[in-house]
Design a protein around this ligand. Structure first.
Ligand SMILES: [Zn+2]
Ligand SMILES: [Zn+2]
Length: 465
C-alpha cells in the first residue's frame, strides 16, 4: 500500500538547518537545505580551509549535511557510506528552498545538478545578485524558480508556495499535497515586519487549500523560567516595546538628527526592507547614504534605488588603480559617485555610511568623533558569536558609540501562538527552536518528531511508522 511519509534530517532543536523529506511512492520533496547557525562551534573558523573537491565528503563526516539517499553526485560521495547517489536512485526528487538565509539554503549547492532546486522568483532574483557580488554559496548549479500561489508538481506531489513576511526578500511557506493528505511548512516568518498583511493572507490561503499538519518555526520560544506560560497567549497585537521593521527608519532618523559626526550602519543586506529604511533615514536626516559596493548593487538592481553613493574602500581603490575592478563594480562606479574617507571627513554630519564587520578597519580612516554606529542586525549579531567581542574591541579603540537599532526576523511568541491558533491544525510540528515543545496547538495534537524515525501522514494525522 502506498503512503506518504515524513522524515526529519535537521532543525528539530536547532535554529535553522531544517531538512525534511516528504515522500509519496517514488516522488519526494526535500524542503530547505541549509546549515545550522552556530558561530561559536563553527568548524570553519576562518583558519580551517574547506577542501573544494572533497567538500561533500567532509561535510558528511562533520555531520553538517545529512546522509540522504539520492541527492549527492556519486563521484563526490565517500566509498564507505551506504547511501545511494543521485545517479543510483530511481525516483523523482526536488528540493524546495523557503528563503535565502544560510540556515535554509547554505548547502543547496551540494545537491546534484540532476535534481531541481526550487525557490521563489524573488529569491532567485536576489540569489543571482548575491552570486554576482561574491556572496553565492559553495557549489555550481542552476536553480528553478516558482511563483507565489502557483502550484507545480514533483511527480505525484503538488506544491504551492505562499508568500510570507520575513527579514529577507522572497520568503515563502510551502503547501505540499499528496493523495494521502497535505502539510504546510512555514519556513521563517514574522508579524512585525513591513508586510504583516502577507501573514494574514498566508493563513487564509493555507486554510482554503486545506491541510492535516503544520510544520512551524519557533525561534523566539524560551524556557518556562524565561517566558512564563501565562505570557504565551495568542495575540496579534504589537507590544509597545517591540520595534517593527517600519519603525526602524524613524528611530535611525531621530538618532542621526541629534548626532554631530558621521552616522554609520551595519546591516544584513539580504533584508531589502532594511536597505529601504536606511535610504529613508538618510533622506529624512539630510544625510547622503553611502553603501559598500555589494549593497549598492542590491539597492540598484533589486530595489531600483538611485539616491546613494558608493564607499571607496581600500579594496575598491586598489582595484581601480590596478585596473582589476570586477565588471559589476565597473558598471556601478560609472552609474554612481564614489566617496572616499577624505570626502566624508570634510563634512561628517552630512553622511550616513555603511560599515560591515569585515570592513571595520575602514573606520580608522574616518573622523569618528561625535559619530554613532547603528548596529542594525548586521553580523556579528550578538554575544553568542565570538566576533561580537571583537567588534566591541574595535569600536572601543576609536571610542565610537554603538547603538542597537534592529529587530528580529522571527515572530514573537504571542504571534506564533496567534498564527497557530488561526491555522488550527490537527497536527502541529514545531521545530527550528530550542524549545519547540512550548508551541502548542489550540485543538490539535503537538508532535515533536525524532531523527531516525519515519512518520506517516494520513488524513488528520501524522503517526510514527
Ligand atoms: Zn531560519
Ligand atoms: Zn530565516
Amino acid at each position: 500500500m502506498s503512503k506518504t511519509t515524513l522524515t526529519f534530517y535537521g532543525g528539530l532543536r536547532t535554529i535553522g538547518g531544517t531538512i525534511i523529506a516528504l515522500q509519496y511512492e517514488d516522488s519526494r520533496v526535500i524542503f530547505d537545505f541549509g546549515l545550522t547557525y552556530n558561530p561559536a562551534a563553527n568548524i570553519f573558523d576562518g583558519q580551517v580551509q574547506p577542501r573544494k573537491s572533497a567538500i561533500i565528503r567532509d561535510y558528511l563526516k562533520l555531520g553538517l549535511i545529512p546522509a540522504v539517499d539520492g541527492i549527492y553526485n556519486h563521484e563526490l560521495l565517500p566509498d564507505q557510506l551506504s547511501i545511494r547517489s543521485a545517479q543510483e536512485y530511481n525516483g523523482n526528487t526536488a528540493v524546495l528552498i523557503s528563503h535565502l538565509h544560510l540556515d535554509h539554503m547554505g548547502a543547496m549547492g551540494f545537491i546534484d545538478s540532476s535534481i531541481p532546486v526550487y525557490m521563489t522568483r524573488d529569491s532567485l532574483r536576489l540569489y543571482t545578485t548575491l552570486e554576482k557580488v561574491g556572496e553565492g554559496i559553495v557549489g555550481e548549479r542552476t536553480y528553478q524558480s516558482c511563483d507565489y500561489n502557483q502550484s507545480f508538481t514533483v511527480g505525484a506531489i503538488k506544491i504551492t508556495p505562499l508568500q510570507l513576511d520575513h527579514d529577507v526578500l522572497g520568503a515563502c511557506a510551502f503547501h505540499i499535497e499528496t493523495p494521502d493528505g497535505a502539510i504546510v511548512y512555514t519556513g521563517d516568518l514574522r508579524m512585525h515586519g513591513a508586510h504583516p498583511e502577507r501573514v494574514e493572507t498566508f493563513i487564509k490561503s493555507a486554510k482554503a487549500l486545506g491541510f492535516d499538519a503544520v510544520i512551524m518555526e519557533g525561534t523566539t520560544l524560551r524556557s518556562e523560567e524565561e517566558l512564563a506560560e501565562e505570557l504565551l497567549v495568542a495575540s496579534k497585537e504589537l507590544p509597545e516595546d517591540l520595534l517593527t521593521e517600519s519603525m526602524i527608519a524613524d528611530g535611525m532618523t531621530e538618532i542621526l538628527r541629534s548626532t554631530q559626526g558621521i552616522g554609520f550602519f551595519n546591516i544584513y543586506q539580504r533584508n531589502i526592507d532594511r536597505i529601504h529604511g536606511i535610504l529613508k533615514a538618510g533622506r529624512e536626516s539630510g544625510r547622503k547614504v553611502v553603501f559598500e559596493a555589494a549593497t549598492a548593487e542590491i539597492a540598484f538592481k533589486i530595489l531600483e534605488e538611485q539616491d546613494f553613493f558608493i564607499y571607496e574602500s581600500e579594496a575598491l581603490r586598489e582595484s581601480i588603480v590596478n585596473g582589476t575592478v570586477p565588471e559589476w563594480q565597473q558598471e556601478l562606479i560609472q552609474e554612481f559617485h564614489t566617496v572616499s574617507y577624505h570626502d566624508i571627513n570634510l563634512e561628517p554630519s552630512k553622511f550616513f555610511v555603511q560599515n560591515s564587520y569585515d570592513q571595520s578597519l575602514e573606520l580608522f580612516d574616518l573622523h569618528v568623533t561625535d559619530g554613532v554606529y547603528l548596529h542594525s542586525n548586521g553580523v556579528p549579531l550578538g554575544a553568542f558569536d565570538p566576533a561580537y567581542e571583537n567588534l566591541e574591541r574595535i569600536l572601543a579603540t576609536i571610542n565610537l558609540e554603538r547603538v542597537e537599532v534592529g529587530t528580529s526576523g522571527h515572530a514573537i511568541p504571542q504571534h506564533l501562538r496567534y498564527i497557530v491558533d488561526e491555522l488550527d491544525p490537527a497536527v502541529l510540528i514545531p521545530l527550528h527552536s530550542f524549545y519547540p515543545e512550548r508551541l502548542k496547538a489550540r485543538n490539535g495534537v503537538q508532535l515533536l518528531p525524532e531523527y531516525d524515525k519515519v512518520y506517516v501522514l494520513s488524513k488528520g494525522s501524522v503517526k510514527e511508522q
